[in-house]
Each structure stands twice: as C-alpha cells, then as structure tokens.
Design a protein around this ligand. Structure first.
Ligand code: PEP
Ligand code: MN
Length: 263
C-alpha cells in the first residue's frame, strides 16, 4: 500500500488547513518539550510570526535516562491545545505508548511516532485506528525498507494520512548526534507515494548545522522540515544544543521558499 505504484501522483496529507506533500514545503517548528505555559505560548507565537505553519512540542518524552525530565504529560497537551487556540497553528506531538493513544488523540491534530517506537507494532495499529494524521519518524537503526513496512502497518490499518520523517541514523561519527540520511529523501520519493519531511535538529544535534541541512533537505526534495526552536535555547530543558532561535527560523523560512522555486 505504501508503494509509489499504488498511487503514482503521490499523497497529500491534510492537517487542518495545512497540506503536506503538496507543492509548498511545510515548516513545522516549536520546542523539543513543553516546559510551561509561558515558554510554550511565547515560542508558539514566535514560530508563527517566523512563518511556520504547524507547531511541534513534546508532552510525553522518550528520554534515554529515567531520571531526566519526562515531560508535562496531560498538562503539556492542554498547553499545546491552548497554543493552537492562540496561534491557529495545528499541533503535532508524540504518543509514546498504546495506553496514551486516546488521550493524545483528543488534543493533537497529528500524532507523532518517535524514532524509538517506529517498530512498536501495537502502537502503530492503535494510532492508525484513530484516523488522525501520523508523523512516522524513522528508527535510528532502521533501514528504509523497515521504515516503509512500519508505514505499511498504518496504511493496512486503514489510515493513509501518513507523513514519513527522516531524523538521522546511528553512525560511527561522534561529532554529530546522528547522521542525517538525505539519501533517504529522493529514494523514498521513488519508492513510496507518502510525503517525506526531514528533522535537521535531531539529525545533527548542533544548531549551527540546522540551517544548511534544512536547505539541503528541501534541495533533495523533502516536502518540509520539522525544527526545534526555543526563545532561550541555552535554557531549554531538553535538546537546547540543537535548538535554534526564532530569528534563525525566520531566515530558514525565507530561504526555503526561495529554494522551492528552484527545485
Ligand atoms: C522529538 O521529535 O522530540 C523526538 C524525540 O524525536 P526522535 O523520536 O526522532 O528522537
Ligand atoms: Mn528533541
């Protein structure tokens, strides 16, 4: 079902008024993690003003250490909904567990399946059944074929509103957090009709690399990018090193629009 041949013209995924997979590249931006009301509303307004068309933010966080901040949970979802009311931006947020699917689906416009859960087949099935648009991140040790088969679970579950997200894979290189696999972009566009976006924040781990890899993603044919933005990146509770400020986002948005007319 995910194969390009089953839908040669490609799929457009609709999240409220936003179309992913159409001509215009989509910019999704926001904090890694919802920290508090003031932080989220401030960032949401800043990314809207910078030209983003959707808001991201984690309420349930998949942290490597059980002692790290795990997110605000349902309170974070309430704040995301408030930020949507304030800005008009649809929201995408991660659902970590089958038991949270109904709760997260009540608040979110799009459900994110994180890298660590790409092969959580029970979660894929349950998320598919909500009928909500899904952002399926690539597992950081998953092949492209495994990733497309994970998407197949969603499609086979009756949900074709699936956006793939390349977010970097594990490599031997310690200088960056992950290795952003931009080969995947043109390859997935050949193999599948599903839209594909790129996450240059997790894919690099370094904010200086986010603008150039955003442009590279669009040049490679990505239908959009998802970027971590914070008004005080140094003070961010999670992933500050890879978070850019709203001014940098505004310059990325301007140049992405220029690039889109070239590719
Ligand atoms: C995120 O988007 O905040 C996130 C945890 O991403 P990933 O699942 O790609 O690590
Ligand atoms: Mn993050």
């Amino acid at each position: 079902l995910a194969a390009r041949s089953s839908r040669p013209d490609g799929t457009v995924v609709r999240v409220g008024p936003v179309e992913i997979g159409a001509k215009q590249p989509v910019i999704i931006a926001g904090p890694c993690t919802v920290e508090n009301r003031d932080q989220l509303l401030r960032i949401a307004e800043a990314v809207r003003d910078a030209g983003a068309s959707m808001l991201r933010g984690g309420a349930f966080k998949p942290r490597t250490s059980p002692y790290s901040f795990q997110g605000l949970g349902e309170r974070g979802l309430e704040l995301l909904a408030e930020a949507r009311e304030e800005t008009g931006l649809p929201i995408v947020t991660e659902v970590l567990d089958t038991e949270q699917v109904e709760l997260v689906a009540r608040y979110a416009d799009m459900l994110q399946i994180g890298s660590r859960n790409m092969m959580n087949f029970a979660l894929l099935r349950k998320v598919a059944a909500t009928g909500k648009p899904v952002l399926l991140k690539r597992g950081f040790a998953a092949t492209i074929e495994e990733w497309l088969l994970a998407a197949e679970y969603l499609l086979a579950g009756g949900n074709d509103q699936v956006v793939l997200c390349e977010r970097g894979v594990r490599s031997f290189e310690p200088a960056t957090r992950f290795m952003l696999d931009l080969n995947a972009v043109p390859l997935v566009r050949q193999l599948s009709h599903l839209p594909i976006i790129v996450d240059p924040s997790h894919g690099t781990g370094l904010r200086e690399l986010v603008p150039p890899m955003s442009f590279a993603a669009i040049a490679a044919g990505a239908h959009g990018i998802i970027v971590e933005v914070h008004t005080s990146p140094e003070a961010a509770l999670v992933d500050g090193r890879q978070s850019i400020d709203p001014t940098t986002l505004a310059s990325i948005v301007r140049r992405v629009r220029m690039l889109r007319d070239m590719v």
